[in-house]
Ligand binder design. Sequence first.
Ligand code: KG4
Ligand code: ZN
Length: 381
Amino acid sequence: MKILGIETSCDETAAALIEGENDHVVLKANVLATSLALHAKTGGIIPEQAAREQAKFILPVIKETLNKSLDTSDPLESLRTIDAIAVTYGPGLIGSLLVGVETAKTLAYVLNKPIIPVNHMVGHIYANFINTSLRDHEVARRFEEASPLGGKQSHLRLPRSLSVARNDEIQFPLLALVVSGGHTDLLLMKRHGDFQLLGGTRDDAAGEAFDKIGRMLGLSYPAGPEIEKLANLGNPKHFHFPRPLLHENTYEFSFSGLKTAVLREVKATKQLNNQTIRDICRAAQDAIIDVLVKKTLRAAKEHNVKSILLSGGVSANQTLREEFSRLNPSQGIPSGQLSTQIFAPAKSLCTDNAAMIASAAYFNYNPVPWQEITADPELYF
Ligand code: KG4
Ligand code: ZN
């Protein structure tokens, strides 16, 4: 089954084509137009500007996806060969969502194809179920090994259990950690489409904390990747920031106290030189990762899950991925007896993309009449 995915919930304009058969999803094309350069200038997303860019890019992005994945050079002919259309209908920015939703509905109507509305957060989880090609897998691994904390320190190398390509090994019940710019959610899944929310954030999301701390330090938006780079050069002992709710009996998260603690330190520091910035990045990242990893592993133990799926933009963070592997109690148990395996998508599929939306639609195939689909900015699980 060939599914065309469309995703425009925030600042990206994305389309992708996946092919699924017997619970095995292969990525055929994954195209993304970003307006990040615009947002970096303004220090954040201006919703109307994002939606205008998306209206400009949506058709060229779909056309490029079809050109890359299907044999014909005629986009209309290619569109006729797809089996279904999947589109993000929330949560997100209303203007942005409307661009994708209305485009997808029009295509479904004109081509008489089934259309599946997908929750963006569910999409993030299903990025884990996409089998990237061997080439993508190798590129991802080489990239990981070249990172400052990667291959050079062999004990930190990614173990086989943190797999980006062997997702047919994912087993239920599983725990999904969604860590993005808007959400930090821990969910228990006993089967496809069944989501039990164990805890979410009470205030800022993990990605939002990265972005706000970055702003205090004069870094451009989104700050997560830059903080990760600077943290690799930081002294872990110079600063220590609080780990909110870490020891409390809840799976909820809270990151606004951490943000305030960083702000206090930034104000108290007379000279914010490059090394101090690196040290703050290191301490802030350590605090965020510590909370995410320890709470998730505690929940995994309590619910006796077989797999943990990391997802969302923050799960592209290499140190987070390594900490999960390092602290996983199943680490070191010979393969075959692994009690909890940890998975993370290829890094390019952690941040917003349309392949994850198509993948979610494949595993939760619930087409609805196009007339019934409306964008829902506040959608939750
Ligand atoms: O999932 P995503 O692309 O968009 C939302 O649905 O929000 O996540 C974007 C978030 C941003 O806050 C960004 O700073 C963060 O993910 N992010 C990272 C990294 N890459 C992206 N945070 C930490 N380390 C990274 N390498
Ligand atoms: Zn997202």
